[in-house]
Design a protein around this ligand. Structure first.
Ligand code: AVI
Length: 317
């Protein structure tokens, strides 16, 4: 299942080919969701976040404004904000822009080195007194990273945790706990389980931007891995898997066909799918359960009036 980490724009071409071959020779076929985020994929994802059907971004943004205007963040006395995957600082700015923000340091950890360097330049202009550091690392590993001293708050917005299965989400939260150290806090943004009548359009929008985002994976493989996918012979599909409580994205072959990749022929039957992404939709109890198993206690919980999205503040046990 595609359950690992995202936003790896700086993947080496040889890795792309190897990862794609691993997934496409497996049964059922898969491709890792981190491959979505080449330049065009990042642009399409940004468009997705502005779609009327994709309620996640605007709902989380509204909630973060509520969180920022409460005194809760200051009361943690955290001086260091550590964003996991932070090459787009838009949401962190909601916390950092407060006149009474307690943060003196903003650190981002990601594998996308070039996007983080751009972010650092933007922040240097807008926040000249804030110390901004970028760390190029895979934050799924419980490494000891050179973080500034002082109480730290981890930040993981965007419901990216939903793109991991429970085991991977628990591993991530435990890695964050060990990276941030004792006395740390963690602010998580996560989408919630709800009716498929709301969920399905968010992943199958009428402007077909999500379809373009999904199909762009094949375009990337054609360009970077020498594949010969005919994009007209695959269609985007988003389905709700109630048992697993997740939206699944697939690319479905519209006919029997053979595609070549790295000199290897990959056969597709008509209607056979490549499973490209899972987006888990948890309940509050499931989220606090995952965090609890990884060494975090829930301190405060926010959700919007519709109960669509949650922002949760955790404290290290
Ligand atoms: C990045 N991630 C939280 C998005 C999601 O909603 O799972 C990726 C996405 N896939 C399709 N639309 C958006």
């Amino acid at each position: 299942m595609p359950n690992d980490i995202l936003f790896a724009t700086d993947v080496e071409p040889s890795d792309i080919l190897g990862l794609a071959l691993d997934g496409l020779t497996a049964s059922p076929k898969t491709l890792p969701p981190m491959m979505f985020y080449d330049e065009e994929g990042c642009r399409l994802f940004y468009e997705i976040t502005r779609l009327p059907e994709y309620y996640l971004t605007r709902t989380e943004t509204a909630l973060l404004n509520v969180v920022a205007s409460s005194r809760v963040v200051e009361q943690t006395r955290c001086a260091v904000l550590v964003e996991f995957g932070g090459s787009d600082e838009t949401k962190a700015r909601i916390l950092l822009d407060r006149p009474d923000s307690p943060f003196t340091d903003y650190v981002t950890i990601d594998v996308a080195a070039s996007a983080m360097a751009d972010m650092q330049q933007r922040m240097a202009k807008s926040h000249p007194t804030l110390s901004v550091e970028t760390i190029v690392a895979d934050f799924m590993q419980p490494l000891s990273l050179p973080l500034p001293a002082g109480p730290r708050m981890g930040f993981f917005p965007g419901s990216t945790i939903g793109n991991m299965d429970t085991a991977a989400a628990t591993r991530f939260m435990a890695a964050a706990r060990s990276i941030l150290g004792p006395d740390s806090w963690f602010l998580l943004g996560a989408d919630l389980r709800k009716s498929p009548a709301i969920l399905l359009p968010a992943y199958n929008d009428s402007a077909q931007v999500t379809a373009a985002f999904n199909l762009n994976l094949l375009r990337r493989l054609n360009r970077e891995a020498g594949a010969d996918f005919d994009l007209r012979q695959f269609r985007h599909e988003a389905v709700w898997n109630d048992h697993e409580s997740r939206i699944e994205m697939h690319l479905v072959s519209t006919k029997d066909q053979t595609v070549t990749l790295g000199g290897q022929a990959i056969a597709f039957r008509q209607d056979e799918s490549i499973h490209t992404e899972n987006s888990y939709k948890h309940t509050q109890a499931a989220l606090t359960g995952i965090a609890g198993a990884a060494g975090w206690n829930m301190e405060k919980y926010w959700q919007d009036v519709d109960g669509f999205f949650s922002v949760i503040l955790f404290r290290a046990k």
